[in-house]
Design a protein around this ligand. Structure first.
Ligand code: NAD
Length: 413
């Protein structure tokens, strides 16, 4: 044990994940440096990184203390991949105390009851899924880092299940044409799936409701499927977020996409509108029109699925078409998922570290927006609504920066 310094250091605890099938860990040895440099003490549960390939010795080498589960839960701040949820692991919730700040993925809109259980324990909870998707917050965006991996792995799942090759092969035994892949939804996971399919040699088409992604799709060597949908000037939304389509628009989208789906060997679906149930884009009829042996990998399986035939966590044979609904895909690549997640967490926590102390109320939109519970009070109004609680007044946004004077913005012509 090192000598205690004059100012009490905040203690960050990294428990082993308890959720069934979860192989990631919330911190990596590589991400520890800046936290320790900022004055924090980090205690990692013995064996917490084992499934991600991080040994206790590797954590200790970078300055962490290795401890028991009890010692880790005595920390001030708990860094987790999945925050405690009584529906999965009641004993973990029992360990929480009002002094705890919990940082991790809480899925607050999918599991508001878990938020309620944590609030009853009096904790402060930061849900990393609510970190805004802004340029500044990119380095803390766990949804993006993990979706990148999911998009890559979705292609490998498809390639494994497809009874055909992905690349063009010209051999003495004949020429094999490349597989045809269609990616629906070209956000983070979709773009990663496009790039991976291209690397494997497939011919790739991609569709997204936001026409703004056309350029990105084409830069990866895929063809953008344009559908004449009347979604307004910005298509289904601009910037990082799409807007939900109306029932009528969705129906039109299904009709227009049907032919492209039918001729594809592989369809990878990643369409989502933040916080909403996944839109059903591939109908049962569209699946039936695909050739036997074709594969659908539905990354939105956990949000209800983009394909009507998807069963989350299952491979389903639908008239010879293999419909795969994988869950927790990033956990199947635990080393790199944890490396990226750990870096995201470290960047996030650093915003609140001050000379070895910890300030949860630092004036920062990333902190404000991701704070779901403060000292036992649910602060997020959407979660409050889901729990039947009255809305609370949002904290006033900080004063805007003064507008630069006309003189200073003038550009000489
Ligand atoms: P994202 O928000 O970056 O991308 C979603 C894309 O879907 C956006 O580009 C949006 O414009 C598009 N979209 C929305 N509605 C559409 C519609 N009707 N038709 C076509 N495109 C539409 O999201 P992401 O981070 O890439 O995640 C994509 C999906 O993958 C989500 O459902 C996410 O939960 C899922 N995911 C699953 C796993 C897993 O383990 N199964 C892991 C990571 C992500």
């Amino acid at each position: 044990m090192s000598e205690a310094s004059a100012a009490p250091s905040v203690v960050l605890g990294v428990p082993a994940e308890s959720r069934a099938g979860e192989r990631r860990v919330a911190m990596s040895p590589a991400a520890l440096g800046p936290l320790i440099k900022a004055g924090a003490r980090v205690i990692v549960e013995s064996g917490a990184g084992a499934q991600a390939g991080f040994t206790d010795a590797a954590f200790a080498d970078k300055g962490a203390v290795i401890g028991t589960r009890d010692e880790v839960f005595a920390a001030d701040v708990l860094l987790m991949v999945r925050t405690p949820d009584p529906a999965h692991e009641p004993t973990e919730v029992d360990r929480l105390k009002p002094s705890h700040t919990v940082v991790g993925m809480a899925a607050p809109f999918a599991a508001p009851e878990a938020v309620s259980a944590l609030a009853a324990k009096g904790v402060t909870l930061f849900s990393l899924e609510l970190v805004p998707r802004t340029t500044r917050a990119q380095s803390m965006d766990v949804l993006s880092s993990q979706a990148n991996i999911a998009g890559y792995k979705a292609v490998l799942l498809a390639a494994e299940a497809l009874p055909k090759l992905f690349p063009l092969m010209t051999t003495a035994a004949g020429t094999i044409p490349p597989a045809k892949v269609l990616v629906i939804g070209a956000g983070v996971a979709g773009l990663s799936a496009i790039a991976t399919s291209r690397r494997l040699g497939a011919v790739v088409e991609a569709y997204d409701v936001r026409p703004a992604v056309k350029e990105e799709i084409e830069s990866l060597g895929a063809r953008f499927v344009e559908l004449p949908l009347e979604t307004g000037q910005e298509g289904g939304g601009s910037g990082a977020y799409a807007q939900q389509l109306s029932e009528e628009q969705l129906k039109k989208q299904q009709e227009l996409l049907a032919k492209t789906v039918a001729k594809s060997d592989v369809v990878i679906t990643t369409a989502q509108v933040q916080g909403a149930k996944a839109p059903v884009i591939v109908t049962q009829e569209m699946v039936a029109a695909m050739a036997p042996g074709s594969v659908i990998v539905d990354l939105a399986a956990e949000q209800g699925g983009n394909c009507a035939a998807t069963v989350a966590g299952e491979h389903t044979d639908v008239g010879g078409v293999n419909v795969i609904g994988p869950v927790n895909v990033p956990s199947t690549v635990p080393t790199h998922s944890s490396l990226m997640y750990g870096k995201n967490v470290a960047n996030f926590v650093q915003l609140m570290l001050t000379d070895g102390g910890f300030n949860r109320d630092v004036d920062d939109d990333v902190i404000r927006e991701s704070m779901v519970i403060r000292d036992g009070e649910v602060r997020n109004n959407r979660v409050r609504e889901m729990l039947g609680l009255q809305a609370i007044a949002e904290p006033a946004p900080p004063e805007p920066e003064p507008e630069p004077s006309a003189e200073s913005t003038e550009v000489s012509s």
